[in-house]
Design a protein around this ligand. Structure first.
Ligand code: SG4
Ligand code: ZN
Length: 266
């Protein structure tokens, strides 16, 4: 049983079921994404600004009691990675990155693609430049854009992701609640996502997936799934929260669509 941050949640096999404000919204996340059911759209591609520039280290990675969180620093020439394009009307700066996972025996992505849940999901949270901080942004419908990248455990990945693996390796050092470590910079956010095909994605209007589940998020979930090895992600399942309980299955259950449009960019 989990309990963190004073918030209450029921932990069931299909993910976290938050109570309170999270239960009443009509534009909640995550959802089940379907290539067949989505509306195909010829929107602009998502443009990743400064995603190829190296990040300035040291970069802190923390076990915050419910996830592994990496602060996204500026690049070595003082710029912030950002995204624009898709359905976005403004520029959104990368702010932080975190993960959702299952357990040794269960998968833990938040979004499903074609009814399939994957092993993990990485979220890169971006804040609308119009708003000066996250606190301000979570109160606005155009406040945030979260880029979701699904990860799948395979025996022998055909592609390697050295930068992502550097972050995954750091997880072994932050087993306890509030534990921090740092990794060297010198890699880019683009390398973190393995230059995933940015042309194929789902996009829809939704919410944060943790309390208070504010409906402030334009979601961009890539349909390409990144392969990772069992050993590179197994440390997630050993992490502990502030009650010394394992942080496992920290994904939220699938939410109702309630007539929302889900676009699949082709
Ligand atoms: C995790 O709890 C992160 O630690 C939070 O990061 C994040 O909130 C929250 O998940 C919800 O994000 O992409 N899953 S999600 O909807 O980024 C925000 C922080 O609190 C606002 C910094
Ligand atoms: Zn998340």
């Amino acid at each position: 049983q989990h309990s963190a941050n004073g918030s209450e949640w029921d932990h069931i096999a299909n993910g976290m079921n938050w109570t309170g404000t999270c239960a009443t919204g009509l534009n909640q996340s995550p959802i089940s994404l379907n290539v067949e059911k989505a509306e195909t759209s010829l929107m602009p591609r998502v443009f990743f600004g400064n995603y190829k520039l190296k990040l300035k280290g040291p970069i802190s990675i923390i076990n915050n009691g419910h996830t592994v969180f990496m602060n996204i620093p500026k690049t070595t020439n003082g710029k912030k990675p950002f995204i624009i394009g898709g359905t976005l009307k403004n520029r959104y700066e990368a702010d932080g990155l975190h993960f959702h996972w299952g357990s040794k025996n269960s998968q833990g992505s938040e979004h499903l693609i074609n009814n399939e849940r994957f092993d993990l999901e990485m979220h890169i949270v971006h804040r609308n430049n119009k708003y000066k901080d996250i606190i301000k942004a979570v109160g606005k419908t155009d406040g945030l854009t979260v880029v979701g990248v699904l990860l799948k455990i395979v025996k022998k990945p055909k592609r390697k992701f050295p930068s992502l693996n550097r972050v995954l390796a750091a997880v072994a050092k932050i087993r306890k609640d509030n534990a921090k470590t740092t990794i060297r910079g010198g890699f880019s956010l683009g390398q973190m996502i393995g230059n995933v095909n940015p042309h194929d994605f789902f996009t829809y209007r939704g919410s944060l997936t943790t309390p208070s589940c504010q409906e402030a998020v334009t979601w961009i979930v890539f349909s390409e799934v990144l392969p990772v090895t069992y050993s590179s992600v197994s440390n997630f399942w050993k992490l502990l929260d502030h009650n010394n309980q394992k942080i496992i299955n920290n994904f939220r259950s699938v939410q109702r669509l309630n007539g929302r449009h889900v676009f699949y960019r082709i």
